[in-house]
Structure formats: structure tokens, C-alpha cells
Design a protein around this ligand. Structure first.
Ligand code: HEC
Ligand code: HEC
Ligand code: HEC
Ligand code: HEC
Length: 426
């Protein structure tokens, strides 16, 4: 073999190795493939059983039990009462169970435990409350249709062995992503989207949106409905409720101001979809379930928590800025949101008080009182749609600021209308 041949052979070997490397990176270095060892039977909800086939995903799922603060100091996984930092909650939700008990959310494995423990639930609570807490809802809906929503909650919790688990997001036969909450499927269908045909990119957010969304109970049947027929902005949802859908007028009446109130519930899906990441097609899973690596194996993290606990995996998959810069961006947004949110909440509390006092005056002008109440209802909806959302501004910084600005203005207008009604200066 002469020198030239040696070089050719050497070069060929190098090329072969490089090619092999590319092939491995492209085809083999995918997250652990859906090794279809054996499909799970329908109705298998025990995550430990699924975990035997998918140990990496299961090990990360178990981390959801960890309770730790968020790196920014907002949110976090400790179930503290929100009213300690925001006493205005006690005034604004007076007469509603949220004034009795309103804790910060924590990991998915606690969903059923926290439902059973909350003081918001009583013997009269309907089965509808189970909808977003467990995969068992699939069986309840199969057996009873929406009838399950009227069954006493205790009857369903007695049959519920597992909280938010693999079966909420995965088809047990194929491991494909799926949605089982009938309220989400119906709401999307009314918007012209067939969830069963949705591409994988969208399913990476739909699996979350089936629970992390605003809803109400249809009067009479307790069917869970998402108010999305006119759109997902705070304005569009407010307008939807103004049409008294299915006879739904209010969640409760405020005992002081006598206002027919709406209670907003964790609208993460709506807020995200109107923000820059939602518009750019960045899914919930991109940030909250990033790819991880262990012993050379790539897999999806199933520790669904603050993405700021692993910025390298969750944000820097796309962003080239430093971890410090990214953390500071979110923290700054959250500081600003918190400040305006607190001001809005306190101003609304004053509006309830002013309208309540004006209402006690027998000579009060009914038209101005009605105006004050309509303004309070709207102000509180705009405040609550941000306050009940769990990102503290992170999912849509600009949009949330705009909503809070409107809430503050509406609350001041309500105080003015109350002053006019009672003929007194506030
Ligand atoms: C809250 C929804 C959710 C839950 C609960 C959930 N998963 Fe996943 N899972 C996902 C998403 C999203 C992906 C990414 C899928 C994709 O992009 O195609 C995924 C991917 C996977 C994959 C594919 C390989 C990978 O790592 O990307 C496996 C296997 C898997 N999950 C197993 C499980 C097991 C086992 C459980 C229960 C212990 C579970 N999952 C619970 C949402 C969920
Ligand atoms: C079946 C309903 C359901 C599904 C599906 C679901 N969640 Fe949740 N999620 C909940 C509930 C309920 C809680 C609050 C549990 C508690 O506080 O006991 C929660 C809590 C959380 C938290 C707070 C965790 C903490 O430690 O503070 C995050 C973050 C979260 N979910 C994100 C997601 C994302 C992202 C997805 C989709 C990949 C998703 N969830 C899918 C119902 C669901
Ligand atoms: C671009 C990244 C990104 C996307 C996409 C995203 N989130 Fe978040 N999310 C965040 C950040 C950042 C926070 C604030 C975390 C903190 O305060 O530590 C957050 C907070 C949350 C929380 C509160 C966590 C806590 O500690 O209480 C929930 C719940 C949540 N997101 C759900 C969702 C859902 C559901 C979607 C999709 C509809 C989504 N997120 C999409 C980045 C994202
Ligand atoms: C899948 C890609 C992707 C991921 C993951 C992602 N981003 Fe982004 N981010 C984008 C895109 C696209 C934009 C739009 C602007 C642009 O093109 O740069 C954006 C914009 C932003 C902006 C500026 C706009 C605004 O909302 O203020 C911030 C800040 C930001 N991202 C922070 C984060 C943080 C923090 C995380 C992790 C929790 C994250 N991003 C995760 C793709 C991503």
C-alpha cells in the first residue's frame, strides 16, 4: 500500500465516521422512542404501571411532588394562602368560597388531595369539580356523559384513585398525545377545531389547555363550558358572558355592592395564546416540559414546574441570551404585573365598599348604582383574569399590563358612579 492509498483509506474512514455520527444524531438521538412494549388497557390510570415501561419519564414525573419556591419569588409550589399578601382578595371575593380558601397551586400529583382538602368544597359540591383533577374523568364521561357533572362530588372522589397522570395526556394504546376533557373538545369544536386531528405541535399545548383554562358551569346541568365562542381575549370572554350563555348570569352576588360577579379561573391557555410565545407557536411543553439528557439518552422532562428552574433546557433551546438575562426579563415583568395587579385589586375593593354604602342610602339614584355595579363587574373581571392566571404576567407581559390598566380605570369610574348615586363625595 503506497502513501496515497493510505491517505485515501484514512480519509474515507474519517468521512464514514462523520457520516455515522450524523446518522446517529438524526435518527437515534430522538427522545426515547415510544417503545411499544405492550399497550396499556383503557382505564389504566396508575402512573407506576406506566412508569415500568418509561422509567425516565416516570422518574421526572415523581419530581412533581417537590415543593419549592420559584426562582423569582412569585408562584412556586408551596400552597400558601394568597390573601396573606393580597388582603383585597377577602373583600373582592366576599360571599364566594374563594374568600375562605385560595392557595397557590402546586404539582400535578396533589390535584385530588388538594381538592379534598380545600374549604371551597362542601357536601353540596357537584361532580363537575373533578373534571380537571384526574384521568378518571374519562371513565365517568364514558359511563354517564355529562350526567357525571351533577352527581355529588363525594361519590366520584370515592372512585378516584389517581390525580393528573399519564392517561390525562397520553393514549394508553399508542402513547400519542390526547385530550380527554370533554369541555375542551366541545369548546374547540365550536371554534371549528377537531382536536382529534390536531398536529403534534398543537397537541403539545392542547394537553395543558384542557385544564389550564377559564370555565363556568351551565346552570341546571353543571356541564363545564369554556367561554371561547367570541375569542380568547379578556374582552371577548367578557362579551360572551354578557350574552347570558345558557342562562348563566353570575358566579355569585357580592353581598356589599350587590354586584352580579364573575370568578375567573386559571386562564393560562388564553393568556399564552394571546402572548408573543403563543403567537410564535412556542408550546406549553417547550418551556414546561423541555428535553433533558441522562446517560446520553434524550427524553421529555415530566417535571411540570417553573421553567426558570432549568432555563438552560427550557429557554436556551431557542434563546441565545444568558440565563441571568432571561431570568431578569421574567422577574421584571412579574414585579411590574404584581404592582399594578395589587393597585387594581385594592381600588376594586374600595369600589365595592363605596357602592355598598351608596346602596344603603334610600335616596340613592338607581341608574347610577346600576352603572357602578356594571363597572365593578367589568373591573374585577379584568383584574381577576390576570390575578387568577398563574404566570404573574410571564405568558403575555404587554397584554396583561393593558388589561390591568383598564381594570384600574374602570374601578375609579365605579367609585365615581357610586358617589353620584349617593350624592356624596368619596
Ligand atoms: C400533562 C401532560 C402529560 C402527562 C401527565 C404525561 N405526559 Fe408524557 N409527554 C407529554 C408531552 C407533551 C410529551 C412530548 C410529546 C411530543 O412532543 O410528541 C410527552 C412525551 C412522552 C413520551 C415520549 C418520549 C419522550 O420522552 O419524549 C413518553 C414515553 C411519555 N411521555 C411517557 C409518560 C408517562 C410514563 C407518564 C406518566 C408517568 C406521562 N408521560 C405523563 C405530556 C404528558
Ligand atoms: C387534568 C388536568 C391538568 C392537565 C392535563 C394539566 N394540568 Fe397543570 N395543573 C392542574 C391542576 C389541578 C394543578 C394544581 C394542582 C394543585 O395545586 O393541587 C396544576 C398545576 C400545574 C402547575 C403548577 C406546578 C407547581 O409546582 O406549582 C404547572 C406549572 C402546570 N400545572 C402546568 C401544566 C402544563 C404545562 C401542562 C401540559 C403539559 C399541564 N399543566 C397539564 C391540572 C392539569
Ligand atoms: C415561553 C415559555 C413559556 C410557555 C410557552 C408557557 N409558559 Fe407557563 N410559565 C412560564 C414562566 C416563565 C412562568 C413563571 C414561572 C415562575 O414564576 O417561576 C410560567 C408559569 C406558569 C404556571 C405557574 C407555575 C407556578 O409556579 O405556580 C403555570 C400553571 C403555567 N405556566 C402553565 C402554562 C401553560 C398551561 C402553558 C401553555 C398554555 C404555558 N404555561 C406556556 C413560561 C412559559
Ligand atoms: C421554542 C422556542 C422558544 C422557547 C423555548 C422560548 N422562547 Fe422566548 N421567544 C421565542 C420567540 C420566537 C420570540 C419572539 C421574538 C423573537 O423572535 O425573538 C420570543 C420572545 C421572548 C421574549 C421577548 C418578548 C416578551 O414576551 O417580552 C422574552 C423575554 C422571552 N422570549 C423569554 C423566554 C423565556 C424566559 C423562556 C423560557 C422560560 C423562553 N423565552 C423560551 C422563542 C422561544
Amino acid at each position: 500500500m503506497n502513501r496515497r492509498m493510505k491517505i485515501v483509506i484514512g480519509l474515507s474512514l474519517v468521512l464514514l465516521l462523520a457520516f455515522g455520527f450524523v446518522v446517529i444524531r438524526t435518527f437515534v438521538d430522538k427522545p426515547q422512542e415510544m417503545v411499544k412494549i405492550k399497550p396499556f388497557p383503557a382505564g389504566e390510570y396508575d402512573p407506576a404501571v406506566w412508569g415500568k415501561n418509561y422509567p425516565l419519564q416516570y422518574a421526572s414525573y415523581l419530581k412533581n411532588r417537590q415543593m419549592s419556591p420559584s426562582p423569582t419569588g412569585y408562584g412556586g409550589s408551596n400552597n400558601v394562602q394568597k390573601s396573606i399578601q393580597q388582603p383585597e382578595i377577602l373583600t373582592n371575593f366576599k360571599g364566594n368560597p374563594f374568600s375562605k380558601d385560595y392557595t397557590e397551586d402546586r404539582g400535578h400529583p396533589y390535584a385530588v388531595e388538594d381538592l379534598l382538602e380545600t374549604k371551597r368544597i362542601g357536601p353540596a359540591s357537584p361532580g363537575a369539580c373533578i373534571t380537571c383533577k384526574t384521568a378518571h374523568v374519562e371513565t365517568f364521561f364514558k359511563e354517564m356523559g355529562w350526567g357525571y357533572a351533577k352527581v355529588p362530588l363525594t361519590e366520584l372522589t370515592a372512585k378516584t384513585k389517581h390525580p393528573v397522570v399519564c392517561g390525562n395526556c397520553h393514549d394508553p394504546a399508542t402513547m400519542d398525545l390526547r385530550v380527554i376533557n370533554p369541555a375542551f373538545i366541545e369548546a374547540m369544536s365550536r371554534r371549528g377545531v377537531d382536536v382529534k386531528k390536531a398536529p403534534r405541535e398543537q397537541m403539545r399545548s392542547f394537553v395543558c389547555g384542557q385544564c389550564h383554562a377559564e370555565y363556568y358551569f351551565e346552570p341546571g346541568s353543571n356541564r363545564v363550558v369554556f367561554p371561547w365562542d367570541k375569542g380568547l381575549t379578556p374582552e371577548a370572554m367578557y362579551e360572551y358572558y354578557a350574552g347570558k350563555p345558557f342562562g348563566f348570569v353570575q358566579d355569585w352576588q357580592h353581598p356589599d355592592s350587590k354586584t352580579p360577579m364573575l370568578k375567573a379561573q386559571h386562564p393560562e391557555f388564553e393568556t399564552w395564546s394571546e402572548g408573543v410565545h403563543g403567537k410564535a407557536g412556542v408550546s406549553c411543553a417547550d418551556c414546561h416540559m423541555p428535553f433533558m439528557r441522562e446517560d446520553g439518552r434524550k427524553y421529555t422532562s415530566h417535571w411540570v414546574t417553573s421553567p426558570l428552574k432549568h432555563i438552560k433546557n427550557s429557554c436556551r433551546a431557542c434563546h441565545t441570551q444568558s440565563e441571568e438575562w432571561l431570568l431578569t426579563q421574567v422577574k421584571t415583568t412579574q414585579d411590574r404585573t404584581w404592582q399594578l395587579m395589587h393597585i387594581a385589586g385594592q381600588t376594586i375593593a374600595r369600589a365595592h365598599d363605596a357602592t355598598g354604602r351608596a346602596g344603603q342610602n334610600p335616596a340613592a339614584d338607581p341608574a347610577s348604582l346600576a352603572k357602578a355595579r356594571e363597572l365593578i363587574r367589568k373591573a374585577q373581571w379584568y383584574w381577576d383574569i390576570v390575578a387568577a392566571e398563574n404566570g404573574m404576567g410571564a405568558h403575555n407581559p404587554g397584554g396583561n399590563m393593558n388589561t390591568l390598566g383598564q381594570a384600574i380605570d374602570l374601578a375609579h369610574q365605579a367609585i365615581e358612579a357610586a358617589a353620584q348615586a349617593g350624592g356624596v363625595k368619596q
